[in-house]
Design a protein around this ligand. Structure first.
Ligand SMILES: [Zn+2]
Length: 308
């Protein structure tokens, strides 16, 4: 059983303004590191064209049309204070959704051991009716609902270790106990949500981390909060919102993780997927803005996924 990697050239054509941290070079850095001999056994697949109708699994039609209308014919259009769109952004976002949904298909069919999706734009800040924080649509949320509708998954867990709280994912599943949302994130930090007291229908587990903390506090949050919640929930599928901006090199936050921490957390989630989900685990790239920190972290993450 192999680990599959989905990516697509269209993800390089979502162009952001000069100096914007969420840039195509992120995927080029990931591509370079995964070209190493150590990853020769990866099953590399081109992301399929996404099905726009699945966006409606997490967002209302009116909102989808509003986003579509913002897409420019040339240049770069502003979507919110720090979110922009270029002419190919729509296609990139829909293909990212196609890749995530295909990854769900793959693990439910048992075709592969697990899947990493290297796509952009990211998704976890996109709320039901708001694109924000570099995100147009919430890819992880759509994939979770896709698993429920297309594969009869009853319970899906989304574990989000991006350094920013996934306010969008929390918003979408706030009153939906069929999806468990667990997040470690720096607090205070953008977008400002993610307090321990935000628990939704008892299905939201927020584990905020203080600035300048690192490995020990992060692993303790997993061991004391997130892994027990997963064991209690017993998901049919685990989706990772895999942002790597809690790496100590990252310029957008002040959490001091190393690639070893992402290796460790990946292993812990694989163990839970083995225990509860027949090993079904799909990992979706979210943030990560220092190219070296991102590349090393993805290498550790995917390397662990490949160990099965
Ligand atoms: Zn982030």
């Amino acid at each position: 059983m192999v680990t599959r990697l989905y990516t697509h050239p269209i993800f390089l054509e979502h162009i952001t303004p000069p100096g914007h941290p969420e840039r195509p070079d992120r995927l080029r850095a990931i591509g370079r590191v995964l070209d190493d001999e150590a990853f020769a056994a990866l099953d590399r697949a081109e992301a399929p064209e996404g099905d726009e109708a699945t966006i409606l699994y997490a967002h209302p039609q009116e909102f989808v049309e509003r986003v579509r209308a913002l897409m420019p014919d040339t240049g770069i259009a502003r979507v919110d204070a720090d979110t922009t769109a270029s002419p190919k952004s729509w296609q990139a976002a829909v293909t990212a959704i196609g890749a995530a949904n295909a990854a769900v298909d793959d693990v439910f069919r048992g075709d592969v051991a697990n899947v990493f999706v290297a796509a952009r734009p990211p998704g976890h800040h996109a709320e039901k009716t708001t694109s924000m924080g570099f995100c147009l649509f919430n890819t992880a949320a759509i994939a979770a609902r896709y698993a429920q509708r297309q594969h009869q998954a009853e319970r899906v867990a989304i574990v989000d270790w991006d350094v920013h709280h996934g306010n969008g994912t929390q918003d979408i599943f706030w009153d939906d106990p069929s999806v468990l949302y667990c997040s470690t994130h720096q607090m205070p930090l953008y977008p400002g949500t993610g307090a321990v007291s935000e628990t939704g229908a008892g299905n939201i587990v927020n584990a905020p981390l203080a600035p300048q903390t690192g490995s020990e506090v992060f692993r303790d949050a997993f061991l004391s909060r997130i892994l027990p919640a997963l064991d209690n929930f017993a998901p049919d599928l685990i989706i990772i919102s895999a942002g790597f901006d809690a790496h100590h090199r990252d310029p957008l936050a002040e959490i001091n993780l190393t690639e070893d921490d992402f290796d460790w957390a990946t292993g812990q989630l694989m163990q839970r997927a083995g225990r509860h989900s027949d090993n079904r685990l799909v990992s979706l790239l979210e943030g990560g803005y220092d190219l070296q920190g991102l590349a090393f972290s993805v290498a550790a993450h995917v390397g662990r996924l490949m160990k099965g």
